[in-house]
Design a protein around this ligand. Structure first.
Ligand code: C2O
Ligand code: CU
Length: 508
């Protein structure tokens, strides 16, 4: 045996053992292709909650899932999967109260779906293959219909094999406008990251992943996997400048469609956070100039143009990770004459997150008594031969314990993170009230559908079980979800007629 080979073998062996000791977690059960223990009695989810247009205005869209060579900038091109040929997919805009009808056609060679992230809608419209529908096969179609009740920033994405499909570009924005919009100007920015210059590192590249996650940076795995950051599908100089005159204010809607958090720095004094996850927030203090946005999260700001010279909104340079995420802000007059390279992102003075401000409308006036309580512990483990696994209560989906609820219950979920990576946990079909962090009650609680739980943190959230069905609760770093970090809010008295895997290859 050659010595060099022996050497690497030993290193890998030691590394693997060390890592195993480090996580000190049992080998996780191997992922089985078994459906979760969802009941099969009661009413089918297909027989509940149907919505009709009635006399609402109907907005109809067609989205075709198709392959497209997508130009990220002058020198970077990817084989993208898109809705209607662009990344992000066609932006959908409707007005509150509209009845929305979306015709999905699948022209890809793999099955797809559409999930309406943040929308409170009938369970059968939620787009989760194997739970709320069968994945839409190549050549087939599916129509989604729902009422767009609450104005705000939402987004849509495939929920079939999400770790891959959202990565490849199957996402877009869904904006529900107020009947009487408060801002005349607005823009939507969808943030994402790509592996262009390198093959996407997989979790089977254990050495690197594990080493990364031990670094104490909760985003280490994602940073290793991807090399190019995009804003609305473009990177670096290809990002379209925001055209505004000094003193003007616009509503900027940020959606993080990727799997890593971003810290966007704005010119000092230019922003006020106005909504998080589609819910309006109350601010009493002037906002910070850095905004941290978790994967899957939406944050809206009112942005006021400060100086006369070109300005920039960009990824915090101290993270040494800007990799092309800079949005120039210029006046019409200077639109063709500014120099991108000279736009330097200001230093961050203080930071806001999705939980920095309380919500204007709460679900509960005060911390309620709960009918159901669930402790959700997030951890990491290893699957020998498969790399890392991401667990809820030491299990990987579909073996994770369900959250059993009855209609009308107040459900309390205490989420703890005992691993080393960040986990943005997202609940489908409901909003929850974040009541406390690390045991400390929020003075101004916030209503969201995603909470970013970092290593060592603990959050308590409450929601009202008022939307019967089978709903996912999962990590929105879809690479983690893919490796197990998913569970289901399972209502009494209803069942899903769908199955994981099977002939439709349902992979939520
Ligand atoms: Cu953005 Cu399970 O969803
Ligand atoms: Cu995660």
């Amino acid at each position: 045996m050659n010595r060099k080979w022996m050497g690497s073998f030993l290193i890998i062996l030691l590394l693997t053992f060390g890592i195993w000791m480090f996580f000190n977690s049992p080998f996780s059960t191997s992922q089985q292709a078994l459906p979760a223990e969802v009941k099969t009695d009661g009413t089918s989810i297909l027989d509940i909650g149907n919505q009709k247009a009635g006399d609402r205005p109907v907005k109809t869209f067609s989205l075709t899932a198709q392959e497209k060579e997508w130009q990220i900038n002058e020198d970077k091109q990817v084989e993208a999967w898109t809705y209607n040929g662009t990344v992000p997919g066609e932006p959908l805009r409707v007005t509150e109260g509209d009845f929305v009808n979306v015709h999905l056609k699948n022209e890809l060679s793999v099955p797809v779906t559409i999930h309406w992230h943040g929308m409170i809608l009938p369970n059968q419209m939620d787009g989760v293959p194997g739970l709320t529908q069968d994945a839409v096969q190549p050549g087939e179609s599916f129509t989604y219909e729902f009422i767009a009740n609450d104005a705000g920033t939402y987004w849509y994405h495939s929920h079939q094999h999400s770790s891959k499909q959202v990565d490849k570009g199957l996402y877009g924005s869904l904006i529900i406008e107020e009947k009487d919009p408060a801002y005349q100007q607005e823009q939507t920015y969808m943030l994402d990251e790509w592996a262009v210059d390198q093959e996407k590192q997989s979790f089977t590249n254990m050495g690197g992943m594990m080493m990364g996650s031990m670094s104490g940076d909760g985003e280490a795995d994602t940073k290793q996997m991807y090399d190019t950051l995009t804003v609305n599908g473009k990177s670096g100089k290809a990002i379209e400048p925001l055209q505004m005159e000094t003193g003007e204010t616009a509503r900027l809607r940020f959606v993080n469609a990727g799997y890593q958090q971003h810290r966007l720095v704005f010119p000092e004094g230019s922003i006020e956070v106005i909504a998080a996850d589609g819910e309006e927030v109350v601010t009493d203090e002037p906002s910070a100039n850095m905004l941290e946005i978790a994967p899957g999260e939406r944050i809206d700001v009112a942005f006021t143009r400060q100086g006369e010279e070109a300005e920039v909104i960009g990824e915090d340079p101290t993270t040494e990770y800007d990799r092309g995420m800079k949005i120039p802000v210029v006046s019409e007059e200077k639109a063709d004459s500014f120099s991108y390279d000279q736009l330097s992102v200001s230093s961050a003075s203080s930071q806001e997150t999705g939980t920095s401000n309380g919500s204007e409308e709460l679900l509960f006036k005060q911390t309620p008594e709960s009918d159901v309580t669930y402790h959700m512990d997030l951890s990491m483990g290893m699957d020998m031969g498969e790399g890392m696994s991401f667990q809820i209560n030491n299990k990987v989906f579909p073996d994770t314990p369900l959250i059993p609820v009855s209609e009308g219950d107040v459900v309390k979920v205490r989420i703890t993170n005992s691993g080393r990576l960040n986990h943005p946990m997202h609940l489908h079909g409901h909003r929850f009230q974040v009541a406390s962090k690390d045991g400390q009650a929020y003075e101004n609680p916030i209503v969201k559908d995603l909470i970013h739980v970092k290593p060592g943190e603990e959050y308590t959230v409450y929601f009202k079980a008022d939307n019967k069905g089978e709903w996912l609760f999962h990590c929105h770093d879809n690479n983690h979800a893919d490796r197990g970090m998913v569970t289901i809010v399972d209502y009494q008295g209803v069942y899903s007629p769908f199955k994981l895997d099977g002939e439709h290859n349902n992979q939520p």
